[in-house]
Design a protein around this ligand. Structure first.
Ligand SMILES: [Zn+2]
Length: 393
């Protein structure tokens, strides 16, 4: 189920943005809780509702204009979410800080968690960023927000006596890299389509609307808010993306809240939205590795290289561990590692001698290392080695 559900009637409407709001929405807290009827069973979430930054961060070195666009927040989402909360009576959590500070809709391991470059803009306040500052933003902003989301979900489960239905609200830019996006709204999802299919059907019933199914992007992002709070807990959910120009003005936001509220109420009334169900892989967290699915090939290579360097460094530090012990225990030793290095070089057309590759691993000529660290093998070690000797030793 990909692509358009209905065909576009016309080009997207012109973009109209609301006037600057930086001074109207100062940072107050990492999240805002909108109270509602927890017994109702519906939870509303808005990750990118705000563009506020704590005073100590200034504007992260960016001019006002950068806070008028999607890199700072999801335009119109706060108004739509407030409208939905008031119309449905559902409680909500709004994130209280700009995604430029730290993106709540990313896993902690995601390379775009704290963006240094975002849609052509370098973010001076994020570059460079120290591990301490990264930790600080996780502790002071990211974690309190996610704790608030988890607490609300727990509360609604308790009060309603069933699994809550989770609805997340976002908005997307009308044009991306010069290409207009034809959808008025899109429903993003990963593997649980319980809420998705009825939502798309209800929205697409209005023939003037172009509704995307996992458009403008795919909703499967391990570690994002829906994955973390809904998928991993087997809760029915959907992420609604609305084109930002449609909700940038209060009237448009109100109209979309009024359009969505009865649809969400009808969805929320279905018993199957309140059952815990796991789709695809079991929710143990053991079977998936968010790092591997979000890393680029270059990043993987860099990390693999770093792990190799650490292994080599470790072996250099543990010169008490004899090669014969390594061989007997694990079937490889420093010389094997040197050979693997040389073979990898050879495969890349780089000529390295045995001595050169050994020096890279030992950090000194092999004979020097032997003189310094190699001890006489015991008879037991020799016997074990002979018994398990691989062909190339
Ligand atoms: Zn968003």
């Amino acid at each position: 189920m990909k692509g358009l559900v209905t065909q576009p009637r016309q080009n997207p409407d012109p973009i109209v943005l609301s006037p600057p709001l930086m001074n109207a929405t100062p940072f107050e807290a990492p999240f805002e809780r909108i109270s509602g009827n927890a017994a109702h069973g519906l939870v509303l979430i808005a990750d990118h509702a705000r563009r506020a930054l704590p005073l100590s961060y200034g504007q992260l070195g960016l001019p006002d204009a950068e806070f008028e666009r999607h890199i700072a927040y999801d335009i119109g989402v706060e108004a739509v979410t407030r409208g939905l909360a008031s119309l449905t009576g559902a409680p909500a959590v709004l994130c209280g800080f700009s995604r430029l500070l730290i993106d709540p809709n990313r896993s902690e391991n995601d390379p775009t968690l704290i963006r240094q470059l975002y849609d052509g803009t370098i973010v001076p306040g994020n570059y460079p960023i120290s591990p301490e500052e990264r930790r600080r933003r996780l502790d002071l902003f990211y974690h309190p927000y996610h704790d608030a989301v988890a607490a609300l979900i727990d509360e609604v489960a308790r009060e309603s006596g069933a699994a809550p239905l989770i609805i997340s609200v976002h908005s997307f830019t009308p044009v991306m890299q010069g290409r207009p996006r034809p959808w008025h709204a899109g429903i993003l999802w990963d593997r649980d389509d319980r809420a998705v299919a009825p939502l798309i059907a209800a929205l697409a019933a209005d023939e003037t609307l172009v509704i995307g199914d996992n458009e403008p992007y795919d909703g499967a992002l391990p570690g994002d808010t829906m994955h973390r709070h809904a998928t991993m807990n087997g809760l029915a959910h959907a992420l609604i993306e609305i084109r930002q120009d449609l909700i940038a003005e209060p009237a448009g936001a109100r109209a979309w809240a009024e359009r969505l509220a009865p649809i969400l109420d009808a969805l929320n009334a279905r018993p199957d939205m309140h059952e815990v169900r796991h789709f695809g892989s079991p929710p143990t967290g053991q079977d998936e590795d968010p790092i591997m699915t979000t890393l680029t090939d270059d990043q993987k290579r860099d990390l693999e290289a770093a792990a190799f360097r650490r292994l080599v460094e470790h072996l250099r530090g543990r010169s008490d561990v004899q090669n014969i012990d390594l061989m007997n225990l694990a079937g490889f030793c420093r010389n094997c590692l040197s050979n693997w290095y040389r073979e990898a070089a050879e495969a890349d057309g780089i000529a390295l001698s045995k001595d050169e590759s050994r020096e890279i691993v030992y950090g000194m000529p092999y004979e020097e290392w032997r003189a310094l660290h190699q001890t006489e093998a015991t008879d037991d070690q020799k016997a074990s080695f002979e018994a398990n000797r691989p062909k190339d030793h």
